[in-house]
Write a protein that binds this ligand. Sequence first.
Ligand SMILES: [Cu+2]
Length: 244
Amino acid sequence: MSVMTPIFEGLWDHYIMWSVIVGSIAFGWLYHHSFWFTSKDGEKIPNVDGIEVGVFPKHYDDMRLEVAWTILPFLLIVWLTYYSWEPLDAMWTSADGGVHGYECDYDDPEYTGSNNEMDSNGIISSDCYHVIEITGQQWFWSFDCLELDVTLCDTGTETMEVYGSVPVLSLKKGETYFAVMDSIDVTHAPWFQHLGTKEDTVPGQQTTLWLPISDTMTEESMILCAEYCGDAHSIMAAKLVTHN
Ligand SMILES: [Cu+2]
């Protein structure tokens, strides 16, 4: 199983790289000091620093060190925010003329679908989008295609090993969907594994999630719940089927 959206693959690699660098420095330092400054059995250590129990060794203050380990992580956070900006902006693009345009006008004689396209950064843009509804509930998902034609959106159920009977959402490749979401009871979060995206559904509050189904999308993928919601949370699953 892998994330099929290149924008998140790039982010993943970059964040892992920085985690390894920061982790190596932090744990390297920790282990070095743990072993380097370990006393031997029976060894009586002279109190060279005059350390008193309960008194902070103020004479060890190092202003440059304090400033360095405040400024450097801050700069890293600023950089990672900058680096994530474009993918996040695409993820949370406006429904009014963002990268996916406006809701499709099916009466428009020039309407030919979303015709979505992925650029070299992995960001998908569309001519227009279709609206669907997703409702979370303990412990299943309900999908509503609203007025959409069955070639664009269809729902059903299927029996899956481990999960039992699960709802199926069938969407068309090359089309972009805007899911308007709600929850009946507690907070849930549909996690579209192969899109690499998830968003909370909150009782009494409408949330939204873009589902740009590119031509390269896998035919079958899982939708799981990514927000702990009670006993059957782990089997609150659904299936996303994509077709041409
Ligand atoms: Cu849930």
